[in-house]
Write a protein that binds this ligand. Structure first.
Ligand code: ATP
Ligand code: MG
Length: 320
């Protein structure tokens, strides 16, 4: 069976190195071999905040980030939730397939609630993993390139697909998650690198801005640089970042720095990150916002055709 790839991101801010090594690099490879859908998950922006914020600007930025890293709109269908009513409609039958207890146990949702700035937890926060099942299943996705935080959600999708098939007959394949080279890249504060947590190095950041961010990263006072994830997590994380960008082992980099201390470590990381991102940033600078808007409109049209087909199949299977 040929795989169909589905993956996506929330338009909550610029994509960062965590996205690149967690998922984007895999997408660029997979687009040559499989049909691929890339979702701009705009409705999911309001899972953990009251208002969508600068949504249009963030959507355009996300498109430019995709194109800059090499996602090719002739191969991949890039689309957004809010433009595909038939996809969203799948949420209704799918919600009937999971229990409230199952939704409450999701560890990623629990972590996101802990980091949310909202006064109260919304119903959408608990149910968005089911919305994600609709994202994956509307195109009969079988392969989902994601970071580690998404594994519980892919499990929810498998549960939804399995129960739908049991109750109404075989309609959906069971998808698999595919993790990247670094399924959980940590940010400059040691926690998961996230757009919304102020600890990320954006793919689109300027070189000076990148240097300033790395300068502020936490380290320790020991001048001898060693790679020790348990005892020196901050130093290990910086070595990991440089290692990923250089395609080298973090331990070897630590040995080379030796007694150079945090200053030498940070200048190595800064150079590695800026060198790695330079061609991506240059490509981004050549693109315009109207390119982004046109590509999204074309993708929306293609995705909608697929969603209409799947919703019809679901209605027929259910006897509606
Ligand atoms: P936000 O803070 O707004 O939730 P985010 O940085 O978590 O933003 P998402 O849009 O929620 O980004 O996630 C998009 C994809 O990127 C998912 O597949 C997720 O697993 C992956 N991803 C996000 N952060 C990381 C990370 N630090 N390491 C590896 N993969 C990541
Ligand atoms: Mg997230």
């Amino acid at each position: 069976m040929n795989d169909v790839v589905l993956t996506g991101d929330r338009p909550t801010g610029p994509l960062h190195l965590g996205h690149y090594f967690g998922s984007l690099a895999n997408r660029v490879k997979l687009q040559d071999e499989h049909p691929m859908y890339v979702l701009v998950a705009d409705y999911q922006v309001i899972t953990d905040r009251d208002l969508p914020g600068e949504i249009q600007r963030n959507i355009t930025g996300l498109l430019l980030d995709y194109l800059a890293v090499g996602i090719d709109p002739d191969k991949a269908t890039i689309f957004q939730h809010s433009a595909i009513p038939e996809l969203n409609q799948l949420l209704v039958p799918f919600l009937s397939l999971v229990s409230v207890a199952e939704l409450g146990r999701n560890p990623t949702v629990k972590d996101e609630i802990a980091h949310s700035s909202q006064q109260a937890v919304s119903g959408l926060m608990f149910t968005y993993p089911v919305h994600q099942a609709a994202d994956i299943l509307f195109c009969k996705g079988t392969l989902v390139p994601v970071g580690k935080d998404q594994l519980p959600h892919v499990e929810v999708t498998r549960l939804v697909a399995r129960r739908f098939n049991e109750r109404y007959g075989e309609v959906f394949p069971l998808p698999e998650a595919m993790m990247g080279e670094r399924p959980l890249l940590r940010g400059l504060d040691g926690g998961k690198m996230s757009k919304s947590r102020g600890n990320a190095i954006a793919l689109s950041a300027g070189e000076a801005e990148t240097a300033a961010l790395i300068r502020k990263a936490r380290t320790d006072a020991d001048r001898l640089i060693t790679y020790d994830e348990t005892r020196r997590p901050e130093v290990a994380n910086l070595l990991t970042l440089a290692g990923l960008c250089l395609g080298r082992e973090p331990r070897d980099l630590a040995e080379e720095i030796g007694y150079g201390g945090a200053a030498a470590l940070k200048s190595l990381v800064t150079e590695a990150v800026n060198d790695f991102l330079r061609p991506i940033r240059a490509r981004r600078a050549e693109l315009t916002e109207s390119d982004a808007r046109r590509i999204l409109a074309e993708g929306n049209e293609r995705a909608r055709e697929q969603a209409i087909k799947t919703l019809q199949e679901v209605r027929t299977a259910m006897g509606f």
